[in-house]
Structure formats: structure tokens, C-alpha cells
Design a protein around this ligand. Structure first.
Ligand SMILES: Cc1ncc(COP(=O)(O)O)c(C=O)c1O
Length: 359
């Protein structure tokens, strides 16, 4: 049987290597492996979320009910519950947006080193990816606006971006929005927003009334420490949410995940601890890589992206030492690696691994 050509041509998303696999391949003990490859929260989940999960397990004979989470999110961000769509990770929303807004004759714009899932979602529905060259490894907003054609339906903008970690100020994006026709949907993916410093962060939900073509994407996978449970959400105009909800599978997020997300959202002490751990750990990585005289990109998220003379060799040598980072050759960043911020001890394992590299 023949699949659609654009599906046959699709390259699957490459996740970070799992600990168990590296343990098997390199003859290491899982407990001795440090995984800094998927921008996960190194503190483990919020104890309050774990407690909530235990109780939720007793109710898994029931279908999930999203009300508690959509209302908690709406209250937190001062929007109407009808403006919140929750997904099986924010990846689910990326996929939903592509299914609702894009077809075979449409174009979607993303940036050269933009998050990989955008291209996959676009190609999955047979639409065309228009990839705009990066500027200083970040998004070139002017070039992205210039790439708009009558076929353009969606623009994807991760801010901070993954895998580069680059960031564009909210003021700049807001101004740029006036250059984007209102018929074009702009997806601002804020997966790493909670790691921004106070002077960088702004509440873009304020844009929604004047810009119903904007969707803000967020996730519980990063600072909220629930990557394994898969919860993300989008904030948007009610009419956009209504369309996404038509296509969304009715029970796309499990009851256990919903309960955990509600508890994690309320656990402010855990979020603050995660923020501080990240800020300190990121500084530790940045100065450690500086001491090694390696070029790195400005880091705004929970990871640092840096250049080495031979990334494939460095990656492999780190794996042998039980340190998993993320190679970026698939993004066209052939000699770059991305290291997620871990605990102080994990970051030190990585920096020691870098010091121990053999020529
Ligand atoms: C920019 C960006 N958007 C979205 C996601 C997806 O996160 P999730 O599906 O776990 O919510 C990620 C995950 O790494 C990301 O880096």
C-alpha cells in the first residue's frame, strides 16, 4: 500500500536518547547516567502533583473531565475558559493547528532553526513549509513577514526558541504583528516562558483581544515537571478555540495528567525552586563553557546551545562517560550541541565530561 508522498518523505522527530538505551549500549548503570538531552525539569515532579496523581488513579475508570484545568488556567491568566484549549503536550496543539488551518495548497512559515515539530505538523497535512533563513541563529522577523504570500495561513514562532535558545523581546513581536495580515495565524510558542527573567517576560494574553489571529502555546513539560504525563495548552480567541475543539479528540489528555497539572499549577514553591535551579544551573553551564572557550548562543530557556569543532565525536565521547546531550545536526547545526540545565551535580558531570574529552 502506498502512503501519501508527503508522508513517505517525512522525517520523524528525533527525541533525546533515553537513559535505559544508553545504559545498554555503553554498559553503564542507569543511575550513573545524566540525561541533559530533552529540556526536562531536573528536580523531578512537584510532590503535590505526585500526591494528586495517586488520588487520581482511584478514578481512572471514569473518562477525563477537563473543566478543572481549563478553569484553573483561565483564572491564572485572566482569560475566559473558552479561550483555553488543552492538549496532549503542546505538540498536540501544534498538530491540531496544522489540521485545522492547513491543507495541500497552503503555506506555513517557520524559521531556519525553529522547533522541529512545526515542519512535521505542516508536512503531515500536505501543506508547504516555507523556511526563512535565521538571523544570528534566531528568527528574522522582517524576513518572515516578507515571506507571506496569499497562500500563507500560519506562522510559527517559538520564543525562546528551541534548539537555539534565542529570544526576541515581546515589544518587537508586538510591533511586528502589525505587519502580519489578520488572516494569517501567528503561533507564539512560549514553552520556555517561565524561565525568562522578570525584565524580559511580558503577558502576551493582552494581545488576544486585538489580535484574534494569535495563539499562545504553553506546556507543563518544562518548569511544571510533567513531561511524561503530556499536558500542554493554548490561549487564544474563543472562535479559534472553538475550531480547535471541533477537531481535538474528546479525551486527548488523561484524567491523571489533568489532575497532576492542576496540582502543579498551584505549587508555586516548586515552580519558584525550578526557576532558581535553572537560573543558577544555566549560569554554571554558561561560565563552564566560557572557560572552555566554546562559542555559545545567548540562553533564555532551560538549555544552552554551544559549538564544538566536531559535534559527533564530542557527543559520542560524552555518551561513553554517561552524559546524554542533544546533537543538532538534524537542524542543520552540524557542529552544535544542546545541553539541558540539570542540577548542580549534573551540570558538573557534563562540564567534567567536556574537560575529559580525548583528542
Ligand atoms: C519550542 C517547543 N515547543 C513545544 C514543545 C513541546 O512540548 P510538549 O509537547 O512536551 O508540551 C517543546 C518541547 O521540547 C519545545 O521545545
Amino acid at each position: 500500500m502506498l502512503a501519501k508522498q508527503y508522508i513517505s518523505d517525512l522525517q520523524a522527530y528525533q527525541p533525546g536518547l533515553p537513559i535505559e538505551l544508553v545504559a545498554r549500549e555503553y554498559g553503564l548503570q542507569p543511575k550513573d547516567i545524566v540525561k541533559l538531552a530533552s529540556n526536562e525539569n531536573p528536580l523531578g515532579p512537584s510532590p503535590k502533583a505526585v500526591q494528586a496523581v495517586r488520588l487520581a488513579l482511584l478514578e481512572v475508570h471514569r473518562y477525563p473531565e477537563q473543566h478543572a484545568l481549563t478553569h484553573a488556567l483561565a483564572a491564572k491568566y485572566g482569560v475566559h475558559p473558552e479561550q483555553v484549549v488543552i492538549g496532549n503536550g503542546s505538540n498536540d496543539l501544534i498538530d491540531l493547528i496544522a489540521r485545522v488551518y492547513l491543507g495541500v495548497h497552503d503555506e506555513a512559515i517557520s524559521s531556519e532553526y525553529g522547533f522541529a515539530m512545526y515542519r512535521i505538523a505542516v508536512q503531515t497535512v500536505g501543506a508547504t513549509n516555507v523556511i526563512v533563513p535565521a538571523k544570528d541563529y534566531g528568527h528574522d522577523l522582517q524576513a518572515m513577514a516578507a515571506a507571506i504570500t496569499p497562500r500563507t495561513k500560519v506562522i510559527w514562532l517559538a520564543n525562546p526558541n528551541n534548539p537555539t535558545g534565542t529570544f526576541i523581546s515581546y515589544a518587537e513581536i508586538k510591533q511586528w504583528l502589525s505587519q502580519v495580515p489578520s488572516r494569517v495565524l501567528v503561533v507564539v510558542d512560549e514553552a520556555y516562558i517561565e524561565y525568562l527573567d522578570d525584565n524580559d517576560v511580558q503577558d502576551a494574553t493582552m494581545w488576544l483581544p486585538d489580535h484574534p489571529n494569535v495563539i499562545l502555546l504553553r506546556t507543563f513539560s518544562k518548569i511544571y515537571g510533567l513531561a511524561g504525563l503530556r499536558v500542554g495548552y493554548g490561549l487564544m480567541a474563543p472562535e479559534v478555540a472553538e475550531l480547535l475543539n471541533r477537531v481535538r479528540l474528546p479525551f486527548n489528555v488523561t484524567s491523571v495528567a489533568i489532575t497532576a497539572a492542576v496540582a502543579a499549577l498551584a505549587d508555586k514553591a516548586y515552580v519558584l525552586r525550578s526557576y532558581r535551579t535553572n537560573k543558577d544551573g544555566r549560569a554554571q553551564l554558561v561560565s563552564g563553557l566560557q572557560a572552555l572557550k566554546l562559542t555559545q548562543l545567548p540562553a533564555y530557556g532551560n538549555f544552552v546551545t554551544f559549538e564544538v569543532p566536531d559535534a559527533a565525536r564530542v557527543y559520542e565521547q560524552l555518551l561513553r562517560q554517561g552524559v546524554i546531550v542533544r546533537p543538532l545536526a538534524g537542524y542543520g547545526l552540524v557542529n552544535w550541541l544542546r545541553v539541558s540545565v540539570g542540577t548542580t551535580a549534573e551540570n558538573q558531570r557534563f562540564l567534567d565530561g567536556m574537560l575529559n574529552l580525548k583528542r
